[in-house]
Write a protein that binds this ligand. Structure first.
Ligand code: C5J
Length: 223
């Protein structure tokens, strides 16, 4: 179904063509979407991110039905925090620093309750759940080699937050030669103006970082 397809997108149609896509869902973990996690500890209203759940659920279902590979990332650190640099640990003006115990277990520590993907988007067998210590999904992970093994050249990018981990991952991917399409209704920020600006930055200058569209347009092109 992907042969010769172009998806209507900004700044011009995105070529899926014969290239193999991968859906990469960034950090849809309880830490960022539910009260008591890292996102709320930084002073954010986590309910602002929940609008992406339904469109992302539909896109995930569609991609699964077509056999498009899926990667789910989770931002977190080892329990000894040896992969958390002091610069990250000490950032923020909060009592609930990374590694301390909050209502969903240790904040931003791998395998704590808050580090789990939200129930609505739980990964299924065969989908990679990628633990990442940084904002970008390529930093200190096996993502590049995983995509190479799959033969994926095109990344369909979704998740939270738009201007932090999503944008960082798109920039890392762009520099590694991946063609990235951001799904606007499947990404969200605690700051609506940052989401808007990120989409503009990514697609400006002829798509200097990549393309953007909405998930319904993508699903129709993928049928
Ligand atoms: C943040 C993320 N915002 N997943 N992480 O710290 O965007």
């Amino acid at each position: 179904p992907l042969d010769g397809e172009f998806v209507a997108a900004k700044p011009y149609p995105y070529p899926l063509s014969i290239n193999k896509p991968c859906l990469i869902i960034i950090d849809m973990q309880k830490d960022f979407l539910e009260p008591g996690g890292f996102g709320e500890s930084l002073g954010n209203d986590v309910s602002l991110l929940r609008s992406v759940i339904d469109p992302l659920k539909a896109l995930l279902k569609h991609c699964r039905s077509l056999g498009v590979p899926v990667v789910h990332t989770r931002e977190g650190h080892k329990s000894d925090m040896s992969d958390c640099p002091p610069a990250k640990l000490n950032r923020g003006n909060t009592n609930l620093k990374i590694g301390t115990t909050g209502p969903m277990g240790r904040i931003l520590i791998n395998d704590s309750a808050g580090n789990q993907i939200i129930d609505e988007l739980r990964p299924i067998e065969g989908e990679l759940e990628l633990l990442k210590p940084g904002k970008g999904a390529f930093y200190n992970t096996q993502l590049a080699s995983h995509l190479k093994t799959l033969g994926c050249t095109h990344l369909l990018v979704a998740g939270v937050t738009t201007e932090v981990c999503v944008q960082t991952t798109m920039r890392e991917a762009n520099d590694r030669g991946f063609e990235c399409l951001l799904l606007e209704d499947c990404t969200e920020s605690y700051f609506p103006e940052f989401k808007r600006s990120t989409i503009e930055m990514i697609t400006a200058q002829g798509g200097i970082v990549g393309w953007s569209t909405d998930s319904v347009t993508l699903r129709e092109a993928l049928e």
